[in-house]
Design a protein around this ligand. Structure first.
Ligand SMILES: Cc1cc2nc3c(=O)[nH]c(=O)nc-3n(C[C@H](O)[C@H](O)[C@H](O)COP(=O)(O)OP(=O)(O)OC[C@H]3O[C@@H](n4cnc5c(N)ncnc54)[C@H](O)[C@@H]3O)c2cc1C
Length: 397
């Protein structure tokens, strides 16, 4: 949940490009300005077909760019292990950083566009817990969001459906559908909720292809091509593991948490660290699901727990927003060999996923300690659900 998903603006992706531009400016010889782009003729190469790659393609098309190629290493798109591929994601403007709040509010307005075919569900986002929530509250208020302060447990409970709050005859006497939230305060933002992540990525994929972009799967980019003609050192294309070469006037890296490990020669691991976050899901019966259908997204800033409402398959996704886990691997590409030659041998945190470690679904496993923590924190919100067995887990990078 580090950034708003489905960004309808290339700002965040271009910050990745900026990162690379910053690095080139560290060389002693100042690089000349890159050649200007022309929408009708410039060749754009985007590496990575997740949220950021496809969103960038979409917006470049909006700006009139005609020649866009998107490459992704996965055999099938959306890539099964991409961060963007998930049953659902929280859509919220509750960020302590006011830039994120503004960006997310713009995004939320756009989620309501019919192009998304109802992928967005405005369930409201309930934030309980710490000072972070208070700062988020200030940002939400400043941006005019529909927010209400919830100073005590009773007010927090009032944001859930009545069927969860009552202990009526329809439930067993010992059942505890909803926590008592003792000592908790928080706020609810009605301008937010969740989105069907994989379905929306598929929609975006279809749109950019229909508008003429070439999107190629099974294209793992091994290295970036540097311009040798003018000695500027600007990136002018990419070479894939299968030997295919893609020349371009502009190359955009949208490789998510693979960025540092895929391109070790760029030394981005000095600036960013890929980490895996633990997710777990619960399978509800249809009857249970109806009971929880209208719940808000819950973010507990005290513990890092988040819980989404059941999706159309009656699955509830929950996870821990935490520092996460690294997977340190020594890259073996030729780019890295040259980095080693310069005297910086190192390991880089590399996503360990269901595609890189498919045996016995190894790449989906999360640490037992994380599962215990999720279960303990879930008891605070939905005590009964916390007793159910996990239907699945995933380490999401
Ligand atoms: C556990 C977890 C939960 C999250 N929850 C939320 C949430 O609730 N709300 C929210 O707004 N955000 C959330 N986020 C953040 C959000 O999911 C990400 O910011 C977003 O999906 C990143 O998109 P991306 O396109 O940068 O990366 P990805 O979706 O990971 O896409 C990167 C693509 O690049 C491809 N690729 C990688 N290397 C290469 C290569 N060398 N050659 C070719 N292709 C390559 C991959 O196959 C992949 O398809 C969450 C993130 C995580 C990890």
């Amino acid at each position: 949940m580090d950034s708003p998903s489905i960004i309808h603006d290339s700002i965040v992706t271009s910050s990745k490009v900026q990162l690379i531009a910053d690095m080139s400016s560290q060389s002693t010889v100042p690089a000349p300005a890159p050649l200007p782009l022309h929408p009708a003729t410039s060749k754009i190469l985007i590496i990575g077909a997740g949220t950021f790659g496809l969103s960038t393609a979409y917006h470049l098309q909006e700006d009139g760019f005609k020649d866009i190629t998107v490459l992704d290493k996965a055999a099938e798109l959306p890539a099964l292990d991409a961060a963007s591929t998930d049953i659902n994601k929280v859509v919220r403007s509750t960020y302590a950083d006011s830039f994120y709040t503004q960006l997310a509010r713009d995004t939320i307005a756009r989620w309501k566009d019919p192009m998304w075919e109802g992928c967005y569900h405005e369930s409201g986002v309930l934030c309980i817990g710490s000072a972070y929530a208070d700062k988020s509250y200030e940002n939400d208020v400043a941006e005019g969001a529909r927010v209400s302060l919830l100073p005590d447990a009773e007010r927090i409970r009032s944001t859930f459906p009545a069927s969860l709050r009552t202990s009526g005859h329809e439930h067993p006497p010992q059942s505890r559908l909803l926590g008592d939230f003792a000592d908790y305060s928080g706020y609810i933002n009605l301008d937010g909720g969740w989105a069907e992540a994989t379905r929306s990525i598929k929609i975006l994929l279809d749109i950019v292809i229909a508008r003429g972009a070439k999107v190629e799967s099974r294209k793992e980019v091994l290295t970036l091509l540097n311009s040798s003609a003018d000695k500027s050192g600007y990136t002018c294309g990419a070479i894939c593991v299968d030997g295919s070469t893609y020349p371009a006037d502009r190359v955009i890296l949208a490789t998510g948490s693979w960025t540092a490990s895929s391109f070790p020669g760029l030394a981005l691991d000095q600036r960013c660290l890929a980490s895996g976050q633990s997710l777990a899901s619960l399978q509800l019966t249809q009857e249970e699901s109806e009971r929880y259908r209208e719940i808000p997204v819950v973010l507990d800033f005290r513990t890092g727990l988040y819980v989404l409402p059941p999706n159309r398959d009656n699955v509830i996704k929950t996870g821990l927003h935490a520092a996460g886990h690294t997977h340190m691997v020594a890259p073996s590409t030729s780019e890295f060999s040259s980095a080693k030659a310069t005297g910086v041998p190192r390991k880089i945190s590399t996503p360990r996923t269901i595609l890189s470690h498919p045996e016995g679904s190894d790449g989906l496993r999360v640490p037992r300690s994380a599962l215990r923590a999720i279960r303990d924190h879930l008891k605070v919100v939905y005590p009964d659900l916390a007793e159910k067995p996990w239907a699945g887990t995933r380490m999401c990078w």
